[in-house]
Design a protein around this ligand. Structure first.
Ligand SMILES: *Cc1c(COP(=O)(O)O)cnc(C)c1O
Length: 383
């Protein structure tokens, strides 16, 4: 509370509190990446460090008819996305961020008595969305190399499974699912179970080949093979529109319609739709920026390897330090140096790829952390 906040004029009566769903009360509140102090770098939310492009700012400034409700179907944006991806406009659904879309797919498929299968550790939003729907999470541990264990995920699918979420690149470990792994996985999933492929970081994936010799999966080109697949994309990361909230899903029309029925109408504002549309007009320039971030990531990854770190190869705009029991302590060391990161004690620390000036400072501290890790620590590269 700042000293300008007045004392509240109304005091709420104390007394018996209303009945609330106990599983909701028990949910941890969403924890936002800590705001960074003036001289600190915020590397905790996988945001894009580039300022918005002038033409995008202008498009938002021009979208001034906000005395009116927005177009509920965001048709202009959907038409543009449909053309870009070579699908019909009915196969594109937009939402106020892809997390909002994910919530819709959870609600459209999952209810009390059903199970949602996903890898763990993965995106921290997944458990809460499942709980809100009243369904049960089935978390399948990642492999030792921090990637999804897709055979184990497929084995976890049973009669009660209502949804499977695959995240590639995986937040927070940065690993990808390969094409071969994905096709083998889809072949093992009953076609009445929806699979959502969360591709929030797809644009950051380079021409990589996985350990099995197969490239990273891209969901949109394989949609025609699977009637039970939906792909989620977002403007928040590669396109730098995190603060405006817009993402999209591509998939079978009937599945998207069911999701839409669960949505709060008119959530995508005219400003957000205008910014997304303007971003698609200058996509080449935005994707150049993505390449700059990916190159910065790859350089950081090499430098960490030279310091002795065993870090999974990163494919998003972030990387994963598997600091295990040393996680909280290492995150404090980083914070003391003005590097705000996202620790998940006792597993590891997710560090977003930020401003170029953050890199040197980061490597200075990771070098110190590495020196302090005990021998045999999982974050130490075996020589
Ligand atoms: C950031 C992120 C999203 C997208 O978030 P929105 O801002 O809601 O579009 C979705 N999935 C994962 C795994 C993410 O990291």
């Amino acid at each position: 509370m700042t000293d300008t906040t007045p004392e509240p004029a109304v005091a709420f009566p104390s007394g018996p509190v209303v009945r609330l769903r106990p599983e909701i009360v028990a949910l941890p509140a969403y924890k936002q990446g800590r705001p960074a102090a003036a001289d600190a770098f915020k590397l905790s939310s996988n945001e894009n460090p580039f300022d918005p492009l002038p033409s995008v700012v202008e498009a938002v400034a021009d979208a001034v008819d906000f005395n009116r409700y927005p177009d509920a179907t965001a048709l202009d944006l959907r038409e543009r996305l449909a053309a870009k991806h070579g699908v019909g406009v009915g196969a594109v659904h937009v939402g106020a961020g892809s997390v909002a879309l994910l919530a819709q797919f959870v609600l459209a498929t999952s209810a009390p008595g059903t199970e949602v299968v996903y890898s763990w550790r993965s995106f921290e939003a997944y458990p809460g969305l499942v709980t809100v729907a009243g369904a049960t999470s089935v978390q399948v541990p990642n492999r030792a190399d921090h990637g999804h264990d897709l055979p184990a995920m497929a084995a976890a699918v049973g009669d009660s499974t209502s949804l499977v979420i695959v995240c590639s690149p995986n937040n927070p470990t940065g690993t990808i699912v390969t094409e071969n792994e994905f096709h083998a996985f889809m072949a093992a999933i009953p076609c009445e179970v929806l699979v959502v492929l969360d591709e929030a970081y797809a644009e950051f994936v380079g021409d990589v080949v996985g350990a099995d010799g197969s490239p990273a999966v891209h969901g949109i080109p394989v949609l025609d093979r699977y009637p039970n697949l939906v792909v989620l994309r977002t403007f928040s990361k590669a396109y730098g529109l995190a603060g405006l909230r817009v993402g999209y899903a591509i998939g079978p029309v009937e599945v998207l319609e069911a999701a839409r029925s669960t949505a709060i109408p008119l959530s995508v504002t005219g400003s957000a739709a205008a910014a997304a549309l303007a971003s698609l007009h200058v996509e080449d320039e935005l994707l150049d920026r993505v390449r700059v971030i990916a190159a910065r990531r790859d350089a950081l990854y090499s430098a960490l390897g030279e310091q002795g770190w065993a870090v999974p190869r990163p494919h998003g705009n972030f990387l994963w330090l598997p600091t295990a029991e040393q996680t909280s302590q290492a995150a404090e060391q980083l914070a003391a140096a003005g590097l705000v990161t996202r620790p998940f004690h006792p597993e590891g620390i997710r560090v977003s790829i930020g401003e170029p000036e953050s890199v040197e400072r980061l490597l200075e501290i990771t070098g110190k952390i590495m020196e302090s890790l005990p021998t045999g620590h999982p974050a130490r590269r075996v020589a």
